[in-house]
Design a protein around this ligand. Structure first.
Ligand SMILES: *Cc1c(COP(=O)(O)O)cnc(C)c1O
Length: 357
């Protein structure tokens, strides 16, 4: 037999881990810092870590009550009803559920370029087609409704990343509403707030009350430090009622993930400390890096370094892993995740050395 035609499908290329790089270079993993995947450098919430340990002895059971508990906690946090919370295996999993619930074969979606690869991948898995809007401007990456609407041509789903990965910019809530207002009635606007904790701007969740054409994506992978657990969710309009039950995989999030998420939500101190540390690191990189940086509302900073591949490779040899943005279509830019104080200082020192060579 033959597989379906996968020629349009692309592979998701995750940043390489320290172990992998250390092995390749024949070096000790302890010499490296990894600032290439926007992970939380402070680790998971200690409360989540304890919950994970406690759950170990219960994993022979399917996760039903724990799923309901986390859903209720999130509904409470966002002031929405339980049915509006679609838990999933990572934010990526939530993107799949949204695609499942909206796309018919041949429907088109509109994604940002440069941008998060999984939007297009998810749409293609669900037999959709992908069009792009460009967020590059002559002097930066300003995110406006105009840029999206200029490219918009009746797509079924439009993805807005706010704060945006990899640029760090954000859409205003007015811009989100304008896109939703001016797009067709049948178009869903997905606002991806994977980095929402790191910006002072309000969440688009407040728009869900009055509209049935916006969904918001959030994740535990970034601010909550639970990337390895794979836990994310969509917040959806009240009008969608029972759609989640019809599209979700049985037991969408594991018992360990649900318990870790519930515990992490209850650990304000960990998130606050993380956000404070990110604000410090962003400012430090803006001030100290000898390269043009862009204002960021995420836990990373985009920098224009000339030749991204060369700079990222040279930094790697000096023990600092950052993201070469060539694969995003930005061959002159690198993305540096906000590390701890020590990691960030080291990254900036190494990059400045490389840039001076
Ligand atoms: C990290 C990220 C996500 C979600 O990641 P998960 O680990 O699957 O939750 C979604 N969108 C963007 C833009 C991201 O950078």
């Amino acid at each position: 037999m033959e597989l379906r035609d996968l020629s349009d499908h692309v592979e998701y290329r995750a940043g390489r881990g320290i172990e992998e790089v250390a092995r390749e270079l024949g070096r000790d993993p302890a010499e490296f810092v990894k600032l290439s995947s926007n992970e939380n450098p402070h680790g998971p919430s200690p409360k989540a870590e304890a919950a994970i340990r406690e759950t170990a002895s219960e994993v022979h059971r399917y996760p039903k009550a724990v799923h309901a508990d986390l859903t209720a906690a999130l509904a409470d946090q966002w002031d929405v009803s339980d049915k509006q919370v679609w838990l999933a295996n990572g934010g990526d999993g939530a993107l799949d559920y949204l695609a499942r619930a909206t796309l018919a074969p041949g429907d088109r979606v509109l994604v940002p370029t440069p941008g998060f690869t999984y939007y297009g991948m998810s749409a293609r898995f669900h037999h959709g087609e992908v069009a792009e809007y460009d967020v590059r401007t002559d002097d930066g990456f300003a995110l406006t409704a105009e840029r999206v609407l200029d490219a918009y041509d009746g797509e079924r789903v439009v993805y807005l990343t706010s704060p945006h990965n990899p640029t760090g910019h954000r859409f205003t809530l007015d811009a989100v509403e304008e896109v939703a207002d001016r797009a067709d009635e049948d178009t869903l606007v997905v606002v991806d707030e994977a980095y929402g904790e790191f910006t002072d701007a309000p969440s688009a969740v407040s728009l869900l009350d009055e509209r049935d054409d916006i969904a918001v994506l959030r994740t535990f992978s970034k601010a909550y430090g639970l990337a390895g657990i794979r836990l994310g969710y969509a917040l959806t309009p009240p009008a969608w009622a029972d759609a989640y039950a019809r599209v979700q995989t049985p037991f969408a999030a594991s018992a360990i993930a649900c318990r870790a998420g519930t515990a992490a939500l209850d650990d304000d101190e960990h998130v606050e400390q993380t956000v404070e540390s990110v604000k410090w690191a962003r400012q430090y990189m803006h001030d100290e890096l000898d390269a043009r940086t862009y204002e960021s509302h995420g836990n990373f900073v985009l920098a224009d370094v000339g030749d991204a591949t060369e700079v990222a490779e040279a930094a790697k040899r000096k023990g600092v892993l950052i993201r070469d943005c060539s694969s995003f279509g930005l061959p002159e830019h690198v993305r540096i995740t906000c590390g701890t104080r020590e990691e960030t200082e080291r990254a900036v020192a190494v990059l400045n050395e490389v840039l001076a060579e």
